[in-house]
Ligand binder design. Sequence first.
Ligand code: ADP
Ligand code: MG
Length: 234
Amino acid sequence: MTSLLKLDRVDAFYGAAHILHGLSLAVNPGERVALIGRNGVGKTTVVNTILGLAALRGGRIHLGQHRMDRPRPYVAANHGVVVVPQGRRIVANLTVEENLYLGAAVSRQGPWTVSEIYKLFPILQERAHTPGTALSGGQQQMLAIGRALMANPALILLDEPTEGLAPVIVDQLARIFNQVADQGTALLLIEQNMSLVVRVAQRYCAMAKGSIVAEGPVQNTSACLHDLEAHVMV
Ligand SMILES: Nc1ncnc2c1ncn2[C@@H]1O[C@H](COP(=O)(O)OP(=O)(O)O)[C@@H](O)[C@H]1O
Ligand SMILES: [Mg+2]
């Protein structure tokens, strides 16, 4: 099987700062993978390297069969890999609905349309014509997820999607992630909240200092939760 995303011994930099050190990671079609690790270990840099926002200076990145010589955000989206960025990045002077249509700029065949997104998140339909940044934090996260789905991705990279959100919203998002994955979209979930990870992921990769230091299966049990928490304790 060809992986949707494969990083093979990747070295990545911001300027002279060497952040990722020989990092290898793969996500296969339909998989739900969690990428975990303490603040500052380089999780967002993994995303940034795939998008070409951090410099790839060693190793290889493949999206499906396609080798990314010079990663670019639109290239990733065209190959079915989209990102829900850390901090959401809703465009302030666009409405909710306009923000959704931004995601369709790269249009692939698939089930996701604005009306399907509204079924998933009815609140977005209620607020369709209000400015995106007038939404609450949880609603903005729903909008960022909806915008990503509009590209009909094969794989969504979610960078700390529940950061700063209330537990009731986190529970709602856990159900949504499972629903999206049940429809066939693979997930790479970057998270600090291990109780969310055990509810969504099937497999985890733990990072420290710019590389993967542990990986294994995830079960929705307190023993697994306890083991995973060891990778994110400060
Ligand atoms: N634009 C940047 N320029 C230089 N260093 C950066 C930049 N962004 C992040 N870093 C550094 O790279 C390291 C990894 O950061 P990041 O990938 O954001 O970690 P995480 O997402 O795991 O919290 C940190 O030491 C951080 O300070
Ligand atoms: Mg980060």
